[in-house]
Design a binder for this molecule. Structure first.
Ligand code: NAG
Ligand code: NAG
Length: 329
């Protein structure tokens, strides 16, 4: 942004003066635009260590769709879920996985769906939409996964299902997962849940709402967009669970309580504010239950040390918070 201006040789005094005035105007305008826009344009999630592999990851990422939470109806390609059928595929031929997902949502017994959408691989099964029931939605029965699998599958977490617990020494945070918005991300979390201990799970950054967002998370007009950035940041990973490249999935308006990936993970964030200015940059895969936002606020107010990561002012927790991931008991 801070660009050096070179003036050309020659030109009369008057012309030069006009040039100077124009230049000055441009500088003032640029400065104003910079002041207004920089917090918006700046990525608040520069990682402590920028690795070259993260740069590569960004490029191979699939560009996801822009959604709102209500209209999300996605599934994971190359995945065949098993389970008892409430509707057999040959009886329900549809045109898209979205239609199949919608059909599942409309059937109160259905909590998972399997659709055959690859014309070549599916052959006679093309268009089949199976509506199924998983006994344990946080440990679904997977028949097969991989690029050779013709099926696309999705999970539907209705109210009261698909909530995971993030257990810290300060209390337990309940997070509603959103597999219809971010199926691959939720599949990864389900892998982590299988372990007894989430070895690398930690929160390392904590920043409150400052004077920029109110208690409901709404931005206070005429103020900046941080720092502080109203966010908790950490890592969701464990030894033995390789992080497959999580693609960009549903990118939503970031609301207070929402949980999403920093780039392609495993670094993640929990938002304390309605961050309209971040749209449409981040994949959102869950949301903290309203009742637990008090605890999130407490965590955000823990003691931090200021630091600068790639030009971004951040609050680093003096004592990192390890946590475990578990299914509700
Ligand atoms: C699928 O597409 C075909 C052709 O466009 C259309 O005739 C049919 O009604 C569609 N089926 C559904 C279930 O939308
Ligand atoms: C978190 O939310 C759950 C479910 O609403 C509630 O039972 C629990 O007490 C809350 N925990 C904290 C620490 O707020």
């Amino acid at each position: 942004m801070a660009r050096r201006h070179h003036e050309g040789e020659g030109g009369g005094g008057a012309r030069r003066r006009i040039h100077l005035v124009v230049l000055l105007l441009i500088c003032v305008t640029c400065g104003a635009v910079y002041l207004v826009c920089s917090p918006v344009l700046r990525n608040p999630f520069e990682k402590e260590l920028s690795s070259s592999s993260s740069e590569k990851k960004k490029k191979t990422m699939v560009v996801g769709s822009l959604d709102d939470k209500e209209s999300c109806c996605h599934g994971a390609e190359g995945t065949e879920l098993w389970g008892e059928a409430v509707n057999w595929g040959p009886h329900l031929i549809l045109n898209s996985s979205y239609q199949c997902c919608t059909a599942c949502k409309a059937n109160s017994k259905c909590n998972s769906w399997v659709f055959c959408g690859d014309r070549d691989k599916c052959a006679a099964k093309y268009g089949e939409c199976w509506l199924k029931v998983q006994e344990d939605l946080l440990a679904p029965q997977v028949q097969e996964t991989g690029p050779h699998v013709a099926w696309t599958s999705g999970l539907i977490y209705r109210e009261g299902t698909g909530v995971i617990e993030l257990e810290t020494e300060h209390g337990v945070v309940h997070i509603q997962l959103m597999p219809d918005c971010a199926p691959q991300s939720v599949a990864y979390i389900i892998e982590l849940l299988r372990l007894r201990h989430c070895s690398d799970c930690v929160l390392y950054r904590a920043e409150g709402r400052g004077e920029f967002w109110d208690a409901q998370g709404n931005h206070v007009s005429m103020t900046a967009f941080g720092p502080p950035y109203a966010v908790l940041q950490g890592i969701l990973a464990a030894q033995g669970v390789p992080l497959k490249d999580i693609p960009m999935e549903a990118r939503l308006q970031v609301k207070r309580g929402m949980v999403g990936w920093v780039e392609g993970g495993p670094d993640f964030f929990i938002s304390l504010a309605n961050h309209e200015e971040w749209y449409p940059r981040y994949t959102i895969f869950g949301s903290v239950l309203e009742k637990n936002m008090t605890l999130i606020e407490e965590l955000a107010s823990l003691s931090t040390a200021p630091s600068i990561w790639s030009g971004v002012k951040v609050g680093v927790l003096k004592k990192r918070i390890s946590f475990n991931l578990r299914k509700p008991s």
